[in-house]
Write a protein that binds this ligand. Sequence first.
Ligand code: HEM
Length: 150
Amino acid sequence: MKNTLVALALLGLVGCAGTMEKPTPPAPGAQANDALYRALGGTEGITRVVDTFLQRINADARINTLFRTVDHDDLRRLVIEQLCAATGGPCKYTGRSMEEAHNGLNLTEADFKAFVDDLIAAMNQLKVPKSNQKKLLALLAPMKPQIVGQ
Ligand code: HEM
């Protein structure tokens, strides 16, 4: 009995030391500051956010008609790439510039708000901590002039 307890205690200690001393190794091609990328769960976590976000956009009558003729697989891939790269991850964004992509759509402030509302709702659904949500939104906010009114 005593031996079992000692063994369990040792296992506990080993397990604990294992998780504390093993920081996630940087992904190949990672940028210097990839803290937000890692905090969001890397490409896997970002993919979950984008999938939930795009589902919400498709169900959002305020803006879903804008996406009716869009290739959803392409958009999904490009938004994942863009968020991965913007948060410091090891991805390269291969899509068009924000001006080019949104040119002719005549997007309004209300469209932009709906889009951001859907992104926040997706992150809330996935229980992304508010501090990380704010950091991600702060990366997207400066893109607004290249998107609204193009
Ligand atoms: C910061 C906010 C936004 C980001 C980061 C973003 C990102 C993107 C990206 C990466 C693409 C694909 C680019 C490509 O095809 O090469 C795209 C396309 C598109 N976005 Fe956005 N977007 C934003 C805001 C919006 C808003 C507010 C709307 C409308 C409510 C919108 C509607 C669209 C549509 C309809 C397309 C497809 C355009 C086409 O294929 O002709 N986007 N966006």
